[in-house]
Design a protein around this ligand. Structure first.
Ligand code: ZN
Length: 179
């Protein structure tokens, strides 16, 4: 476990190797996102009730609401909604964002995540928005619960969870995305 960051530009926390073990494939990243978004059970993003059918036959939307009958996924009504990038790319992108003190360029996302420049630009744009939002809450959290807590020492997974929560309900109105 690499708890000591190698340089000033890295935050203390999980290494990239540990992240790849945490999200070895797309399903693992999807389950991680589901666990954060719906920690108390999956609810319909359209109407709310918990009466949800799992493992629907829809290729991209594994959940279906028994009340409003709509299909949905963990992307629905989040900044991920209009994106074709898989969950592993999103999860790793969130990690790259959280662990860089400087902002992450779309060039770096393109290289590190092996995605197109256009996808990288949109991903960076969305993560910037989510992270700016998250940062405000994080500051409040820090001042309320741990007055002398250093943001750099906040556990990486907690930071990632903050970002994921702030991505929910913040779908940007960009059209014509991505592959
Ligand atoms: Zn519903």
């Amino acid at each position: 476990m690499a708890h000591k960051a190698p340089g000033k530009h890295e935050r203390i926390g999980l290494s990239l190797v540990e992240i790849t073990r945490l999200f070895p494939h797309n399903e693992a990243a999807e389950q991680w996102l589901i666990g954060i978004r719906w920690s108390e059970g999956i609810t319909c993003p359209h109407c709310g009730p918990e009466n949800v059918q799992e493992k629907s036959k829809h290729p991209a939307m594994p959940h279906r609401c028994r009340s409003c009958r709509k299909f949905f996924s963990v992307r629905t009504r989040t900044v991920m909604q209009a994106s074709n990038l898989d969950y592993q790319v999103w999860a790793t992108g969130i990690y790259l964002f959280c662990t860089s003190l400087k902002s992450v360029s779309s060039m770096k996302l393109r290289r590190d995540l092996d995605i197109t420049q256009k996808s990288a630009w949109h991903l960076a744009h969305r993560l910037h928005k989510a992270f700016a939002h998250e940062h405000k809450h994080l500051k409040r959290y820090v001042s309320e619960f741990a007055a002398r807590y250093n943001i750099r020492e906040l556990d990486t997974l907690t930071q990632l969870a903050f970002v994921v929560r702030s991505m929910i309900g913040k779908r940007l109105k960009c059209r014509g995305l991505i592959a």
